[in-house]
Design a protein. Structure first.
Length: 230
């Protein structure tokens, strides 16, 4: 009897998909290739997918069989991904799904050594460990990360500083940048209002300031409910 091995990408805070339900793969590396992809595929005899991930992978891997310029064609295990038989568990996908796959309707899968049904609820964990380090508690409140924290604006020129969030917010947030105390002739010419989402919170966005004279004045980026950063 074959073993059923679950393989899943998950973030440290428990997310397995993007904010819109999209598949978000990890950053690829030689270690990921060797210890996850190659290790798993050397031992795999059958792949089991849900509909969304099946269609995503089919669109990426299948062109490697006929198009040598496709992104997947240059990956060493593309032939294995296309060769392995696949079962798709779906209530909406019918007929022949292609890509060496068959559809198992009704939520059960046969031929892979395990058939089961589950009902009930899963209790949220109160704590967990990562590499032996205990983690727990509510998600941290995002803070503003401003780089650099002080700027000098040359006469007749412009200066920029970057803003990002330290962690993912629960919903989209808008960061407003304004001139603090100092020369009233300095203004924010770009990035006065920046929007950060749970997906782009770690990507720095620039604020541009424009002077009319050589001065140094503080600027402040802030959002309601978040600790401000000078």
């Amino acid at each position: 009897m074959a073993k059923l091995v679950l393989s899943m990408f998950t973030s440290l805070d428990g997310y397995i998909e993007g904010p819109g339900g999209e598949f978000v793969p990890p950053a690829w590396s030689d270690d990921l290739q060797r210890y996850w992809a190659d290790y798993a595929l050397e031992r795999a005899g059958h792949l089991v997918y849900g509909r969304t991930n099946f269609l995503f992978n089919k669109a990426f891997w299948a062109p490697a069989e006929t198009d040598p310029t496709s992104p997947a064609a240059g990956i060493s295990h593309a032939a294995t991904m296309n060769r392995l038989p696949k079962t798709v568990v779906s209530r909406t996908l019918t007929g022949d799904p292609g890509w060496n796959g068959t559809v198992a309707t009704g939520g059960t899968v046969s031929g892979v050594g395990f058939n089961a049904a589950y009902s009930g609820t899963n209790t949220n964990p109160t704590a967990f460990t990562v590499n032996g380090v205990a983690c727990g508690g509510p998600p941290p409140t995002p803070t503003l990360v401003v780089t650099p924290t002080a700027v000098t604006v040359p006469e007749g020129g412009t200066t920029t500083y970057s803003v990002r969030l330290s962690s993912a917010p629960a919903a989209n947030v808008t960061v407003a940048s304004t001139v603090g105390t100092g020369d009233a002739d300095i203004s924010v010419s770009g990035g006065a209002s920046l929007t950060f989402t749970p997906a782009n919170f770690a990507t720095a966005q620039n604020v541009t300031v424009v002077p009319v004279a050589l001065v140094a004045a503080p600027f402040f980026s802030g959002v309601s409910g978040f600790p401000p950063s000078p």
